[in-house]
Design a protein around this ligand. Sequence first.
Ligand code: FEO
Ligand code: CA
Ligand code: CA
Ligand code: CA
Length: 587
Amino acid sequence: EAGAAGLASSFDFSEIEAGSDETHHVAEGYDADILLRWGDPLFPDAPALDPATQSAATQARQFGYNNDFVGYIPIENSSAHGLLVVNHEYTNAELMFPGLATLSRKNGPLPLSPAQIAVEIAAHGGSVVEIRREGGKWQPVLGSPYTRRITAETPMEITGPAAGHPRLQTAEDPTGRLVRGTINNCSGGLTPWGTWLSGEENFHYYFQGKLPEGHPEARNAKRYGLGAPQYSWGGVHERFDLARTPREPNRFGWVVEIDPFDPGSVPKKRTALGRVKHEGAAGILARDGRYVVYLGDDERFDYVYKFVTAGRVDPGSRAANRDLLDSGTLYVARYDADGTGTWLPLVHGQGGLDAAAGFESQAEVLIETRRAADRLGATRMDRPEDIEANPLTNRVYVMLTNNGKRTADQVDAANPRPNNAFGHIVEMMPDDADHAATGFRWEVLVRCGSPAAGATFSAETSANGWFGMPDNCTVDGRGRLWIATDGNSRKATGRADGIWALETEGPRRGTARHFFRVPVGAEMCGPCFTPDDQTFFVAVQHPGESEDEAAPASFEQPATRWPDFQPNLPPRPSIVAVTRKGSGKIA
Ligand code: FEO
Ligand code: CA
Ligand code: CA
Ligand code: CA
């Protein structure tokens, strides 16, 4: 059936029942196979996961923890052979290690040993895994020359306008251009030149200690929420102690670009894309061939950004695009009540971003991106997570996951609900359908949650079809929007997180349908299609985590032991490959 833009926009799978139990569920007629689990060997010499003997050395050769972003990069244009790139956002020590029962990370760092901290550090970062589909089933290719683990220790280069700035210099790195590792890599994106962009999100959790009294970074640290650590790395590693390395946090909060085809390549932190709590970094070409990356900053009352490169993508040469993301313009969005909006440039010397305001250079505008955006009068949003452009319509979808702190006197047209527990989705239409344009129109596509909570899904949406807390999203090859959620069960909706398909075109616009659901305690990440739409990779993050702050789950007593259900194994975050029984596209 044709939608407004000529899309085949209707979904044709049998909806699953919303609910929550110890395992995952997918629509009838589909297989949902476990492809990669935390601790799975990625190299021929790596051991299988054994919680009793797990070490940093084994973890660095195994699939990491808490898979979030998933990207599929075809090899020779194949939808049956390619590289899977995966972010490992964070660790649940209470589920990974025995003996931490009844402790909650939310109350501050768990008391881990240096060896356990080393495992955590090795379980962060990302994985590059060559995968192949044979006989209908996907398998990792053990011994692939592309296999790579990136961790919170992997050497990286800082590039772009802030590289080398004194505020990025430390005793360990007086150049301000080299940093060890990446942390809290949430969502991301793939570029047309075959690289992987990975967003550093909640970096503030990793820094312990207090800045020295009167330190010049105090205002900056406050704006990013430093001082509420959830990890105890600072007790072992000087660079994660604010008292000893006060500028180290300035070296995190960036978008990292990784070349998955060269396992020896040094990942680059691209400072031109700003320093925020980056969720995703999905991009699209502008009319004239420049590349545009949409960027969410996942914090209550923070902003939606985009970056437009100065140069154009050269489709014929990977090398020509190598440093494209080092030059361009970062913008922040202002949504006006009349349904129009403006992208405000974060450029030193413009809009009051000058020395009088404490910005001596473009480097400082980028290091303190949030404060610069505050000055421009951008619209304070309800936690912007993934943002994806639909290449068939050029409409852009912004997942605004929730904001329980917005009060009735703080609502605006783009964030219309006080105490926004279930979030909403904003649709943006760039002027002239050009992603480089500085003007746009926008509307709220849907207010999420249950009908009782004032949601605005279409009347056709079933009792299973509504969802709250949109987080990740992707657009399939036919231009259809799929949404992954985070937090439904915590709001006592009786439903686990999962995947919902959402109609965006034609008379069914606003109709949602439930496709997949995660086991108890998990959130849904990924998601990602192969180019032929025959495989849908989804990421199950933190299965078995407690949904009740008062009753933390543990290694000994997880909320589920998915996916192995072995008494000696804790739950394991895993990538699931969904395919149609027999064969065919995901309908
Ligand atoms: Fe890592 Fe915004 O979720
Ligand atoms: Ca997220
Ligand atoms: Ca996405
Ligand atoms: Ca989330």
